[in-house]
Design a protein around this ligand. Sequence first.
Ligand SMILES: [Zn+2]
Length: 283
Amino acid sequence: MLVTGKEILEHAHKHNYAVGAFNVNNMEIVQAIIEAAEETNSPVILQASQGGIKYAGIEYIAALGKVAARKAKVPVAIHLDHGTDFEQIMLCIRHGFTSVMIDGSKYELKKNIELTKKVIEVAHAVGVSVEAELGKIGGTEDDITVDEKDATFTDPDEAKLFVDGTGVDYLAIAVGTAHGVYKGEPKLDFDRIKILKDLLQIPLVLHGSSGVPADSIKKAVSLGINKINIDTDLRVAFTQAIKDFNKKDPDNIDPRKVLTPAKEAMKEVIKEKMALFGSAGRA
Ligand SMILES: [Zn+2]
């Protein structure tokens, strides 16, 4: 069933677990996510980045998500990841997304608040939930790059001002994770997560969560993270399975035979995440 992001995340916030938001770019990824969610009885968020939308086309991405959500036995939200452009966000809402992110983190606080408020006014009027970001998460997510030296952790006082000033539904915080593949082991600022949760009392979002050790994820969830974005781990599983298959059967010319093990590999990763995040059995 298709639901809003808020519906899924308010429940997670109340019951202290996290829901995976997995990036989608094609049909097989959508199917892997939905099958994993149904098999573990977990709510789930399908998310598309602006890069994903550029790749597949908004009509295809929205249609895939809506068909999957309506057929699914578990709650599914369709979310725009890192929306930076007001018109792109409006387009997603028009195509049936039930959650959107406005990423104004590159602006100073006042402009970030203004931009987020503008999106919320429209989105909430039509029942669409909104995620915003405060602080700067390092690394590269599709076409958005933040240099390591420019990455800054979320300031609790600013966060309080931001949430009170905008009425945002859930907030992406910068606490030590980064987008893409990690070089060393990421160190999360757990105290900051706890301070932010106590202060804000809304669902909190962790970006750049692929490659973060399982015990760190567990601790972050116990302290108040309710949405966990996963993209890189799926990319790695998908492409590695294709490489392995092509090595095993170099003469194959049937795309379905290549994509089936890729889908299965992603599904296994997703099911592990759902168990780790605590969303399994919560649908
Ligand atoms: Zn992100």
